[in-house]
Design a protein around this ligand. Sequence first.
Ligand SMILES: Nc1nc2c(c(=O)[nH]1)N[C@H]1C(S)=C(S)[C@@H](COP(=O)(O)OP(=O)(O)OC[C@H]3O[C@@H](n4cnc5c(N)ncnc54)[C@H](O)[C@@H]3O)O[C@H]1N2
Ligand code: MOO
Length: 398
Amino acid sequence: MLSVSDALQIVLNQAHRLKPVQFNLGREILGLVLAEDLLADRDSPPFDKSMMDGIAVNTSEPGPDYELSNTILAGDSLPRTLLTGQAMRIMTGASVPIGADAVIPVEVLTESANRRIRNNSAPPKPGKNILKRGTEYKCGDVILPQGLVLNPAVVGLLSSIGQTELPCYPIPRICVFSSGNEIVEPHQQPVGSQIRNSNGPMLTALAEQVGAEATYLGIIPDEEEKLKTEIARGSERADIVLISGGVSMGSHDLIPRILAELATEIYFHKIAMKPGKPLLFGKLGKCLVFGLPGNPVSSLVSFILFVEPVLRKLRGEIECEPKKVLLPLSESLITDNDRPTYLPGRLLVQEGMELIRPIPWAGSANLLAYKEANVLLAVPAGPVKLAPGERVTAFRMN
Ligand SMILES: Nc1nc2c(c(=O)[nH]1)N[C@H]1C(S)=C(S)[C@@H](COP(=O)(O)OP(=O)(O)OC[C@H]3O[C@@H](n4cnc5c(N)ncnc54)[C@H](O)[C@@H]3O)O[C@H]1N2
Ligand code: MOO
C-alpha cells in the first residue's frame, strides 16, 4: 500500500500555484501570499534621522556648552549646516543637519539665557541617537520576497514603499459535499440510525482556516445520478472538491465508481495509514478531487495531511508540507497498529520545555478526543512502547 509520504508527493505534484492577480493595498490582502519580489523605491531611512528630541552636535566639539542656532522639525525639507560651536534643536524624525554626528536628548540639557545650552551628561559618541540613511534597507533592495504571507507589518511596509497595488495569489476555492443516506444537517432532528453531519461544517471550517474560500454544497444521497451531477457541477466552480463518505468497500460506497464514470483520473485510492486508509485522490478536468473517508476523524486527519498542503501550494505558500516536530512525551505511549498511525496530542509548555501529551483515542469515530488536540502524533506500525521523556514525531495542527 502507498505510504503517506509518497501519496503526499503525488498530491503536491498535481497541485499548481494559482495565477496571480492584482490586489489593492488594504485589509483584504491580510493572509494572502505575495506573487513577486517587491523592491524598495528609496533608502530607509531616506536621510540621516534623529531618533530623539534634543540637540544635534558635532562630537569633535565635546561641549558641554553650545550656542543654539535653528530648530529642525520632522518634515523640514532643506538640509541645514551646523556651524562650529553651535548646536541645533532637533525633533525625533527630523533630518540631521550637515556637520552634526550625534544627538543629545533634551532630558540631559539645561538652557540658559542668550541661547546657550549645556550638556549635563558625558560628551556623546559619534552616531549617538542617529539612524544613518539606508541602514534599514537601500533603494532597489528586495524587501518583500515572493511567497511572503501578508501580515499587518507587511501592510505597513507596502505603504512605506508606495506599493498601492500588488500581485498576490488568489484565494483557492473549495467545494465541500457530504454523502450518505444516514446523514442529516445539524439543525435537523435525527431519527433512528440517522446521524448529524459533522464532516461538512468541520471540513468547511478547516479549509477556511487555511485561507480558502469554502462553499458547503450539502448532503448528496447515495444515488448515482445525483452524485454525478453534483460532483461535476462542483468541479466546474472550484479548484478542489471534497466529498466525505462513501469511499470504502460497501455496496453503497459509490464515490470511486462515480468518479471513474466522470472520467476522473484517479491517482490513488488507499493509503497505508490509520485513520484514513480509504482516502481517494484524483483530478476531474482541472479540479483536484478528494474522496475523504466518512468517519469524522478519518476526514479530519486526511484533510490535515493531504488537503491542507495542497491548499497551501495553490495559494502560493513556499512551505506547504505539514510542520514536523520531534519532542519529548509527557506521558508514556503504548500502541500496536497494523498501519502507521496518527493520534491526537497536545503540545504544551511545562517549565519552559515543550512536551507532547498523547490524548486517549478510541478510533476513527472518536472526534471528541480532538477537541483540544493541537498536534497529530505519528507512530509506526507494529508494537511501540515509549516512556515519558522519549521523543515522538508529531505534526502541528493549525
Ligand atoms: N469491508 C471494509 N469495510 C471498511 C473498510 C475496509 O477496508 N473494508 N474501511 C473502513 C475504514 S478504515 C473507514 S475510514 C470507513 C470509511 O468509509 P466510507 O468513506 O465509505 O464512509 P461511510 O461508510 O460513508 O461512513 C463511515 C462512517 O462515518 C459516518 N459518516 C459519514 N459521513 C459523515 C458525516 N458527514 N458526518 C458524520 N459522520 C459521517 C458514517 O455514518 C459511518 O459511521 O470504512 C470502513 N469500512
Ligand atoms: O482508516 Mo479508517 O479511517 O481507520 O477508520
